[in-house]
Design a protein around this ligand. Structure first.
Ligand code: ATP
Length: 200
């Protein structure tokens, strides 16, 4: 899966719109300590739907918005777009040759997600990435300490990594969703039967 570009605006240490275009070969990001290298991988994680503020190295979600410096006022929202190549139809449900995923977050707590500029839900973003190896649950971002984690986690957690790689987590996710719905329906049925019993 080829990441073509990343656009960040108002995200962490990037107050101004910054566009990073990635070549088809290896890209390395270098810079002094504290210059914002990890903020770039945080932006990629975030736009793919990361909800854990700990994974984003912050305390609350608002921490992803540029918080101001001595010279610059804080900003009201953060926006990140990730442009992915789809010429080989890695995203089978998308016809376009490029897929752009955008996430915007306001200080008020409001979130917006877009796929190719169409407003979508977080669920749609999660489903888009499922089984591509990318995404929140994906194995393609290996952060500091992740290798140790993969080696030491419970076998069930490790299995999830392989399920994602094998491309079956989409089905596991749908099965879990269907099971939850079934459970709710059964509860409703019990409630209705109780009511019928009362009326009889
Ligand atoms: P290292 O090499 O030490 O890991 P790095 O280049 O990966 O450093 P980052 O951790 O990406 O650096 O960036 C840290 C910088 O980002 C800090 O200077 C911090 O003040 C700044 N920063 C983080 N969040 C915000 C924010 N919300 N608003 C403004 N600046 C922020």
């Amino acid at each position: 899966l080829y990441l073509k570009a990343l656009e960040v605006q108002g995200f962490k240490s990037f107050p101004d719109k910054t566009v990073l275009s990635f070549g088809e070969d290896i890209t390395a990001i270098v810079g002094p300590n504290g210059s914002g290298k990890s903020n770039i991988s945080d932006a990629i994680r975030w736009v793919m739907g990361e909800q854990s503020t700990r994974a984003l190295r912050g305390g609350k979600m608002e921490d992803v918005i540029f918080g101001g410096t001595a010279k610059r006022k804080q900003l009201g929202f953060a926006e990140v777009s990730l442009v992915l190549d789809n010429t080989e139809h890695i995203f089978p449900n998308m016809d376009e040759s490029e897929v752009m995923v955008t996430r915007r977050y306001y200080r008020s707590g409001e979130s917006e997600y877009y796929i190719n500029r169409r407003s979508v839900r977080l669920k749609d973003v999660n489903e888009l990435f499922m089984d591509t190896g990318l995404g929140r649950e994906g194995y393609s971002i290996i952060g500091q300490g992740k290798i140790d984690e993969i080696l030491s986690v419970k076998s069930a957690d490790r299995r999830e990594v392989f399920e994602e790689a094998a491309g079956i987590s989409r089905y596991r996710h749908r099965k879990e969703e269907a099971e939850r719905k079934l459970e709710r329906t059964e509860e409703n049925l019990t409630r209705i039967n109780d009511k019928i019993d009362e009326l009889e």
